[in-house]
Design a protein. Structure first.
Length: 634
């Protein structure tokens, strides 16, 4: 069967040859069946590295990748032609190679069935692409290295800062006790400066985590009036510092949003702080409004305003409006950069308009993802009818769940262990009983109708009279990181294991005493922690590394508590905790992790699964440690 020949005729007349040899594209013509060499132009000889006028070898011998050649042949056979396909070739009598863009077409040449191959040299383009890919990889590796450097650097900086803040707080108490109040202002300045610097370091870490894609988002029901009340309380103090008036304009019946409470709060607080900083004796106003698809937070200030040139670089990291702004108002330029990145993580954005001398308007828009709306008062029939039971003299545990079987099961377990148990069938009743009875521990279900457990937890932690009550989440949902982020002391999964339930309640239902082992390789941090514990009546032993801790535990009675740092040379805190939990004699040892390390979700999961209570080092570490100690019993 004869092959079809396209009606394009080419001959080796002088004019045709002259035109082909002038072409910047290499052209090779061979017979279709035998692959016999018929013609090559001047550019083909240059590209392949052969002597002009000599027959060329079969081009199949020049392919670097023979599989690529087979792929091209199969495609040509199936489609009858080939267009703009890439392949890499050898040069004759040379170790160099070149990349080509190939086009194959059937035609007649001097009345013979022939194949013409156009070869366009794309070596420069491929080298540029390779250079760009390498540059992109280098940039990505540099970005990752930068993120790791910032994380490690922030840890190294936070360690001495925590000691400075801790010693400043201790000295303030001691000076107050001995009547040396004249030095208190200086000590407060030291503490304040340390906290300020710590805040800047934390901002840098946040920015590096966002840019490296390591910032996690926890979607949760957010009750906007509660969030805004908290922001107004915090922002009023910021506004008063420069004689400003802070106003909130909030419509009624705002929906419950599903977003990240902490990141939304941080973004709005950054805008309020920014407005209060650049306005003086003016007004800073936050207006909340709704569109069919978004919720809008508009922050308007009567400050200095900005020009178009200043607005263009406003959200760049480490950038402020101009040098004079930095000198006059201070700051690093991180706040707004972080705010924009956080808003985009939440699916929204932040935009700004401004007039020099009149002020600025920042607007955060977030998608209107509804969560279940907050309910009205629970109907009397829905209230839990079970009376308080158990030891009338025992610590009071408030059990909050809408399932009567859970109340019967868990309530019986706790009553047999000597606890007094009260019951609430929903969020509204739980809040009423918490305020009226102030229980020692609250066991809280998440999935409840009307006011869900997340909303109850948020209200408890926002109420000064209730925020110190340990809350243990008991739920079918696997939301441990979110629960801990929102302030839960522990997270138990249903069905509840009896032993773990009793151990958890015991851990948070009494006061602590006895010996505490402090494990930290930083001498200053060990000293600060030891003095805090001794002031609370504890006997304290301290060691500087993991092997020393294991040796101490082997030679002494089990302590009431081990206070553990994570970042130590040699055996780190994770390894030490793992070894402790594999020792049957130490399985019930209470462990509080006190570390400046920025913990990932996996790290937190590892620690919590091994029974550790996590307290981040920082300006509030001392207060958090004292609260944790109050909830523990030997």
């Amino acid at each position: 069967m004869n092959e079809p020949v396209v009606p394009i005729q080419m001959t080796d007349d002088h004019q045709t040859m002259r035109l082909l040899n002038m072409s910047p594209v290499a052209v090779i013509i061979v017979t279709t069946r035998e692959g016999e060499f018929l013609f090559a132009n001047q550019r083909a000889y240059e590209l392949i590295g052969a002597t002009p006028g000599t027959p060329l070898p079969n081009t199949g011998e020049l392919y670097i990748d023979l599989d690529r050649r087979a792929e091209l042949l199969a495609k040509f056979k199936a489609e009858g032609s080939l267009r703009n396909e890439e392949a890499e070739f050898k040069r004759l009598n040379s170790d160099t190679t070149f990349w080509a863009l190939l086009t194959w077409e059937r035609m007649a040449y001097n009345d013979k069935s022939a194949l013409v191959v156009w070869i366009y040299d794309i070596t420069d383009r491929k080298e540029a692409e390779a250079a760009m890919a390498e540059a992109r990889d280098l940039a990505e590796r540099a970005n990752q290295t930068k993120a790791e450097f910032l994380a490690n650097m922030s840890h190294e900086l936070r360690t001495p800062l925590n000691a400075i803040i801790g010693y400043a707080q201790i000295l303030q108490e001691e000076m107050q006790d001995i009547g040396q109040s004249d030095v208190l202002p200086d000590l407060k300045r030291i503490e304040s400066a340390g906290k300020h610097l710590l805040g800047l370091i934390n901002d840098m870490l946040d920015l590096s985590k966002i840019e490296a894609g390591r910032m996690e988002v926890y979607l949760e029901p957010v009750i906007l009036p509660r969030l805004l009340d908290e922001l107004q309380s915090m922002g009023t103090q910021l506004a008063a510092a420069k004689g400003n008036r802070l106003e909130f304009i909030v419509p009624e019946n705002l929906p419950v949003l599903r977003t990240d409470y902490t990141k939304l709060k941080q973004s709005l607080l950054n805008l309020i702080s920014n407005g209060c900083k650049f306005a003086e004796n003016g007004v800073v106003r936050l207006t909340v409004s709704l569109t069919p698809t978004d919720v809008l937070f508009e922050l308007r200030d009567t400050g200095i305003g900005m020009t178009e040139a200043q607005l263009a670089k406003l959200f760049q990291a480490f950038t402020q409006a101009d040098a004079s702004t930095t000198r006059q108002f201070g700051g690093t330029g991180l706040g707004l950069a972080i705010t924009r990145r956080l808003c985009r993580l939440l699916g929204g954005d932040v935009n700004v308009t401004s007039v020099p001398g009149e002020g600025s308007v920042f607007t955060i828009n977030l998608p209107l993802r509804h969560a279940e709306d907050a309910p009205e008062e629970a109907a009397p029939a829905e209230r839990m009818q079970l009376p308080a039971a158990g030891n009338a003299e025992g610590p009071l545990v408030l059990l909050v769940d809408d399932d009567p079987q859970i109340h019967d099961l868990i309530g019986t377990m706790l009553a047999r262990e000597g606890y007094r148990v009260d019951h609430a069938g929903g969020g509204k009743e739980a809040l009423e009983k918490a305020r009226a009875e102030h229980p020692t521990v609250i066991l809280l279900d998440v999935m409840m109708p009307q006011v869900d457990g997340w909303a109850v937890l948020g209200i408890l932690k926002a109420d000064p009279a209730l925020k110190d009550i340990p809350v243990v989440i008991v739920s079918l949902l696997d939301e441990r990181p979110l629960g801990l982020t929102l302030g839960a002391a522990e997270f138990l999964n249903k069905p509840v294991d009896r032993t773990r339930l009793i151990d958890t309640v015991r851990a948070y239902a009494g006061s602590a005493s006895g010996c505490v082992l402090v494990v930290d390789d930083n001498e200053d941090d060990r000293e600060v922690a030891s003095r805090v514990l001794e002031a609370q009546g504890f006997e304290v032993a301290s060691v500087g590394d993991g092997p020393s801790a294991l040796a101490w535990l082997a030679a002494n009675p089990v302590p009431s508590l081990m206070l553990l740092d994570l970042m130590m040379d040699g055996m780190n805190g994770f390894s030490l905790l793992d070894k402790v939990r594999h020792n049957p004699a130490l399985r019930d040892l209470k462990v509080v992790v006190l570390s400046a390390l920025d913990l990932s979700s996996d790290d937190q999961e590892f620690l919590i699964e091994r029974g550790a209570t996590i307290i981040p080092k920082g300006p509030n570490a001392r207060t958090a440690l004292l609260k944790a100690l109050k909830t523990m019993r030997p």
